[in-house]
Design a protein around this ligand. Structure first.
Ligand SMILES: [Zn+2]
Ligand SMILES: [Zn+2]
Length: 286
């Protein structure tokens, strides 16, 4: 898989339809130029980038995989969940469910901005959205507050304004991982835990992944630009242990992560063999 002649792919990329800066057309051209055989667009909460990229993918002879990345949570911590729709397009009910999530988040953010204004903080939803990574959340409001000198850091922003019980708090939670996994399965998708290394679960990691595997998880993102080689090897072992498929990608965001190369990550720390995509395709599914 590292002889230099292996066909390489990238199963984790973002376009300007979520929080990347590259248009879907340009991303396909870049994938072709990088010598990739296949690419998945995994924008946050939207399939727009994938739909827009299809003609260009065809033109370049690239295999384009329909994907998505959802922000979910357990009771204790946030989890990014990738979904790959390899066999069938996502169902209408799934797309509708996504739209409801967008709407709920937008309404929460409007209320949050209004509360901040009523507390005499000049922070608007538009400003937070500019920092928002696809999904605008409390942390983006916090960063605007820091930039304007209202608070020193994110911790203070939450403690004084944004945390539960604080004066600008508006209840709204990410969807539960335990709900998102079956929803994705029902919609014909393969749910995969994104960049598990970022969660820093320590001693709880094996148990968490085991539990997700029992609940319908299909795969684990083993290779990711933020993973060390040790982490990649650990996730490869865990994937094998629990019968999960292995995926990998750069998490390309265009100019929002300028040093990160499509298909190759940081200084070549991402190289995902095409065989992994074929193995994903061969997985049993609902
Ligand atoms: Zn992510
Ligand atoms: Zn991502």
């Amino acid at each position: 898989m590292s002889n230099g002649f292996t066909a390489l792919i990238d199963l984790h990329t973002h376009t300007n339809q979520s929080d990347g800066t590259t248009s879907p057309d340009d991303l396909m051209a870049a994938a072709k130029a990088a010598g990739l055989d296949a690419i998945a667009i995994t924008d946050h909460d939207t399939f727009e980038g994938y739909l827009l990229a299809r003609p260009a993918a065809l033109e370049h002879g690239l295999e384009l995989v329909c994907g998505i990345e959802l922000s979910t949570r357990t009771a204790e911590f946030p989890v990014h969940l990738l979904g790959y729709f390899l066999h069938t397009p996502p169902t209408l009910s799934f797309t509708k469910w996504l739209t409801e999530q967008h709407q709920a988040r937008h309404e929460r953010n409007l209320k949050l901005a209004a509360k901040l204004q009523s507390l005499r903080l000049d922070v608007t939803l538009e400003e937070a959205k500019q920092l928002g990574r696809g999904v605008t959340g409390r942390v983006h409001f916090a960063r605007v507050m820091i930039a304007k000198g209202y608070v020193r850091d994110i911790k203070e922003a939450f403690n004084r304004y944004l945390a539960e019980g604080a004066p600008a708090y508006v209840a709204m939670e990410d969807v539960l991982l335990d709900e998102a996994i079956p929803r994705m399965r029902e919609a014909g998708g393969l749910p995969v835990i994104a960049h598990p290394g970022r969660m820093r679960l320590g001693a709880n990691e094996t148990e968490f992944i085991h539990r997700c595997a029992d609940r319908g998880l299909a795969g684990l993102e083993v290779i990711h630009s933020d993973h060390s080689l040790e982490e990649a090897l650990r996730y490869q072992r865990l994937a094998r242990e629990f019968g999960l498929a292995m995926t990998g990608g750069s998490d390309f965001h265009g100019d929002n992560k300028p040093r990160l190369k499509l298909g190759f990550g940081y200084e070549g720390n991402v190289r995902v063999p095409n065989e992994w995509l074929q193995a994903l395709r061969d997985l049993p599914r609902n």
